[in-house]
Write a protein that binds this ligand. Structure first.
Ligand SMILES: Cc1cc2nc3c(=O)[nH]c(=O)nc-3n(C[C@H](O)[C@H](O)[C@H](O)COP(=O)(O)OP(=O)(O)OC[C@H]3O[C@@H](n4cnc5c(N)ncnc54)[C@H](O)[C@@H]3O)c2cc1C
Length: 467
């Protein structure tokens, strides 16, 4: 329990307006998108500056008060949800873009800037911030960095880690590290920013970041194609890469089971006439005048039809049509809620092993829960599949969800056997913490604990998460 005197001391740092103590005001900070974790906290602080974050952590460290950093609260593993009496530090008021340098192609944004805000700022200068995730209207730059978010463009531009040039971080002691460099090359010893990227708020609070911007492509082609199998998806990916070089900026796989749900619940229409077991959605981007990318896509499809890799396909004829095709993919996770319970996994395996993973995992879960409906989709170009399973039609939702841990255990065993990862892009948080021992080597866990102990000896930062 936080005593009233301590609450008053924290409140004095941010001002009464920015310290939430009322249950109704705190409630939105205690629930998360999947409704799996309901948190507990008596205090949410909304600092407006790095100095205020520093004062909060200094006081927390002195008094042994546990802190949970929170960005847009879109995380999918419960990392941003306080488990006990922790104080939530919401970065949402730190939402200024400090600098955008066109010549250096760098944006320096505070942690609470939403991803979409950062993208729009870049676009106003004819540039692009190429991180793209469906939660971008709410997710924040600090949260993206702390989870090392991925998304649909990783195949071309890498994940958040690859886009970061520098960080400003408040350490658990309250000390501020200004590492907001904008250098493309800097080989001066340990690259400390990488400790905080993907740390899920367990090592400090990111207050600002310098991120790479790229030229914004002027020409795009979006293609939706039906294919017979995930193996054919990979053969098509090789063809696309061979024929378009670095123009491929997204390459996603979608199953018919998911398409049916999107058509039934999201008001989308089937873009192709004949149904197929599997589909791919891919995008090419270039810098010359249109229709160069459309011509490239047409050429790729001609060869793919000839080689029997594609049964049917459509190329978006307008931006509106491209958005409609992307909506099929974006809605795929959300509509599963309307089909009852859904057990979700976010895994990666070497790209070549995706078909084997899909065969083995689908067979396994069908054996475990007869009638369940696998809806695996996602970033096949990166070997990252969201292996979601919808409950059998008419089954009891809670009884189905009670299988989550057991099913995840079996699916993750297949992932490990294939040399994969149990968290490709969502992180560990609370959801997967207990699987870390089976996931990492003892020497890795030992190094992680040593780093945690060195930076946060009093264990105030996001306790119970990741480790
Ligand atoms: C509809 C939907 C689609 C999504 N699609 C994708 C996707 O394609 N790819 C993907 O990778 N993820 C995806 N996600 C997951 C989520 O959006 C990302 O993990 C995102 O990066 C989280 O950002 P956030 O600001 O919401 O962070 P939060 O959820 O608030 O926090 C996430 C973690 O980061 C920590 N944290 C937050 N801010 C800071 C900070 N400033 N300093 C230190 N620690 C901090 C928190 O303590 C927590 O552990 C999706 C989520 C939803 C709901």
């Amino acid at each position: 329990m936080l005593d009233p005197d301590l609450i008053a001391r924290f409140t004095a740092i941010v001002g009464a307006h920015n310290a939430l103590t009322d249950e109704a005001d705190i409630a939105p900070h205690l629930s998360e998108p999947r409704g799996k974790f309901i948190g507990k906290s008596r205090l949410v602080l909304k600092p407006g500056s790095t100095e205020e974050v520093s004062a909060i952590l200094k006081l927390a460290n002195e008094t042994g008060t546990a802190i949970v950093p929170q960005g847009g609260n879109t995380g999918l593993v419960g990392g941003q949800i306080p488990l006990g009496p922790e104080v939530v530090v919401s970065l949402s008021r730190m939402n200024r873009i400090r600098h955008l340098d066109e010549a250096d192609a760098v944006i320096t944004a505070e942690a609470g800037v939403t991803l979409q805000h950062a993208q729009e700022a870049a676009e106003r200068k004819g540039l692009m911030f190429p991180l793209w995730i469906a939660s971008q209207g709410t997710a924040q730059v600090g949260g993206n960095l702390s989870t090392n978010a991925g998304g649909i463009n990783v195949i071309a531009y890498g994940n958040t880690r690859d886009l970061c040039l520098g960080l400003e971080v408040v350490l658990p002691s309250g000390e501020v590290w200004n590492g907001l460099k904008t250098l493309r090359k800097d080989n001066t010893g340990y690259d400390l920013k990488h400790l905080f990227i993907g740390a899920e708020g367990t090592l400090g609070i990111i207050t600002a970041a310098s991120m790479k911007l790229l030229p914004k492509p002027s020409d795009r082609a979006t293609v939706f194609a039906s294919i017979a199998s995930p193996g054919d998806a990979l053969a098509l990916l090789s063809l696309v890469k061979k024929m378009s070089g670095s123009a491929v900026v997204a390459f996603e796989i979608l199953p018919r089971s998911g398409l049916d749900m999107v058509i039934a619940h999201a008001g989308c229409r089937d873009p192709l006439e004949a149904p197929s077991e599997w589909y791919v959605l891919f995008e090419l981007a270039g810098f010359n005048d249109a229709p160069e990318m459309e011509e490239a896509a047409t050429g790729i499809l001609a060869v793919a039809f000839e080689e029997g890799l594609v049964a049917d396909a459509t190329i978006a004829a307008s931006g509106q049509q491209a958005a409609e095709l992307w909506r099929l993919r974006e809605m795929m996770s959300e509509v599963q809620r309307l089909e009852g319970g859904s057990i979700k996994h976010d895994i990666s395996v070497p790209v070549s092993k995706v078909p084997e993973f899909l065969d083995s995992a689908s067979e396994k879960v069908r054996q475990m829960i007869p009638g369940c409906r696998p809806v695996p989709f996602g970033h096949i170009g990166d070997g990252n599949i969201h292996f979601n399973i919808s409950q059998p039609v008419g089954a009891d939702r809670e009884a189905f969800l009670a299988h989550w841990e057991h099913v995840a255990h079996e699916v993750h065993a297949i992932v490990r056997a294939l040399g994969g990862s149990i968290s490709a892009e969502h992180g560990i948080g609370t959801l997967k913490r207990d699987e870390m021992a089976a996931t990492k080597q003892p020497v890795e866990i030992g190094m992680m604990r040593a780093i945690k102990q060195m930076l946060d000896p009093n264990g105030i930062m996001n306790p119970g998460k990741v480790l």
